[in-house]
Unconditional design. Structure first.
Length: 343
């Protein structure tokens, strides 16, 4: 098995130069860098990542904790994080919690024990898994999608209230007044903020809130289907439905069709997320778009910034990071699943 000494000899450079090329710790000319890479290829040399991480204190890995990888929104976000992390030379370890706090806690403990350089976090609950970890202050973290109460971190959010408000206002603007809302599994952020936007739009339009029209889903296809079936059993049915994510909106559409009705002729449906699938279902889903790529880019950039500050703190003990709370805008995307209501 080739060693770093063999690579240096084969490339005609010093061991120090090979080390700088591998670790990116100092500028090396393009010519010498190419010679080192050619030598590594010829000798089939692979750097010892474990030994290198022990020397540098960095593993070049990031942990990504998401609540439900089956949700197209989280799948899309995870892919963007992986792509952006790769651009910066980081491997991403993906952990799916299934909205299970015990599973989340186990994953967080495992990622910290593996000495990942940082964490990007979608929490399934109240961040207990991270808040109670004795090593939490030793690892940079960025929280996305939900607030980070009790955790010191950068936060990248979207304006969930505005999204819920705009979805409902749009339905009102095309004549609907009996508008149902299928929320997430609990009225905590971000689901609660989307529901708050829904309620605010109704209030501004002078439409009384009917508790029968607020149904609690689970952010999954079945949840939307089941809650829509329940809405269809009401004596006075809604004419439009705002579902708090695309999966439930698609599930609701399925229930409407199974009952012998049509979208949008009989019921208008609006989703939330603008997942890729929303453009390919029939009819194409009107939805609230989230800037997924921008969220992922910001999350990676903020995390790498904090990782660098942590490194610099070894030399400057009084160096303190400044944490940011960034709220990104949403966009109403009008497609085919809504039509004006005429009594």
């Amino acid at each position: 098995m080739a060693t770093i000494k063999d690579v240096a000899r084969h490339a005609g450079v010093s061991i120090t130069t090979v080390s700088h090329v591998i670790n990116g710790t100092r500028f090396v000319s393009e010519k010498l860098t190419q010679r080192v890479f050619d030598a590594m290829k010829d000798l089939k040399y692979s750097p010892n990542i474990i030994a290198r991480s022990l020397r540098s204190g960095k593993t070049k890995t990031i942990g990504l904790v998401v609540p439900d990888i089956l949700n197209p929104y989280f799948a899309e976000f995870s892919r963007e994080i992986e792509d952006k992390g790769f651009e910066h030379g980081y491997n991403v370890i993906l952990c799916n919690t299934d909205e299970n706090l015990a599973k989340e806690e186990q994953y967080v403990n495992g990622l910290i024990s593996k000495q990942v350089d940082g964490l990007i976090f979608f929490s399934s609950g109240v961040y207990k898994s991270f808040k109670d970890n004795p090593n939490k202050d030793d690892i940079p973290i960025v929280v996305t999608d939900r607030e980070s109460e009790g955790v010191t971190s950068d936060v990248v959010l979207i304006d969930n209230f505005k999204g819920g408000y705009e979805a409902t206002r749009y339905l009102i603007s095309i004549g609907h007044r009996r508008i149902a809302c299928i929320s997430g599994p609990s009225l905590i952020r971000p689901s609660a903020q989307r529901v708050d936007g829904y309620l605010q739009a109704l209030d501004e339009a002078g439409i009384p809130f009917d508790e029968e029209l607020l149904m609690m889903g689970d952010f999954r296809y079945n949840g939307g289907e089941e809650q829509m079936a329940a809405l269809l059993e009401l004596p006075e049915q809604p004419t439009a439905i705002f579902a708090c994510n695309d999966m439930m909106a698609i599930g609701a559409t399925r229930a409407i069709r199974d009952a012998g009705f049509n979208v949008p002729d009989d019921y208008s449906v609006v989703g939330f997320d603008n997942t890729p699938l929303s453009r390919y279902v029939f009819p194409q889903l009107t939805t609230i778009g989230q800037p997924v790529k921008e969220m992922a880019d910001l999350a990676i950039e903020l995390l790498i910034e904090k990782i660098k500050i942590k490194e610099d703190q070894k030399r400057k003990k009084d160096l303190q990071p400044e944490y940011k709370r960034i709220v990104l805008d949403t966009t109403l995307i009008i497609r085919e699943s809504c039509t004006p209501y005429t009594s």
